[in-house]
Design a protein around this ligand. Structure first.
Ligand code: SF4
Length: 123
């Protein structure tokens, strides 16, 4: 018997309400999309949900004590807590350039964690 799951597509600001139809553990249909990205989103959300992660790391000798960082691509949702734990261990030394790699291949996901901004050193 098929199960229906309602989702909001976040692939663009329109936020279409999707319905994913699941049968025997497989997505057999996605309804409610206004473009084809919605189909991909619905299937990915039901089979391999991913999210962007943004947080901060400590900075030595920085103009501010914390540096905002983000994952360059979405990471698997079930790994987010472990990824945050991994990032929390990091401390960088200023100066840091925006988009510098702060953590390479975080938790073997193939995704780097990058600096969101320049961080000058303390004067
Ligand atoms: S289905 Fe297409 S139009 Fe609708 S929210 Fe997703 S990307 Fe945007």
């Amino acid at each position: 018997m098929a199960e229906e799951v309602n989702l909001i597509c976040t692939a663009c600001p329109q936020g279409c309400t999707l319905t994913a139809v699941i049968e025997n553990g497989e997505v057999i249909e996605v309804r409610g999309y206004n473009c084809k990205k919605g189909i991909d989103y619905g299937v990915a959300e039901m089979t391999n949900p991913r999210r962007m992660v943004a947080t901060t790391v400590k900075v030595k000798n920085g103009f501010h004590p914390l540096l905002p960082v983000y994952t360059e691509r979405p990471v698997p949702k079930p790994l987010i807590t472990q990824i945050l734990d991994e990032i929390r261990k990091v401390e960088v030394t200023a100066p840091v350039k925006m988009k510098s790699v702060i953590v390479e291949n975080v938790l073997g996901t193939g995704v780097n964690v990058l600096a969101s901004r320049d961080m000058p050193a303390k004067q």
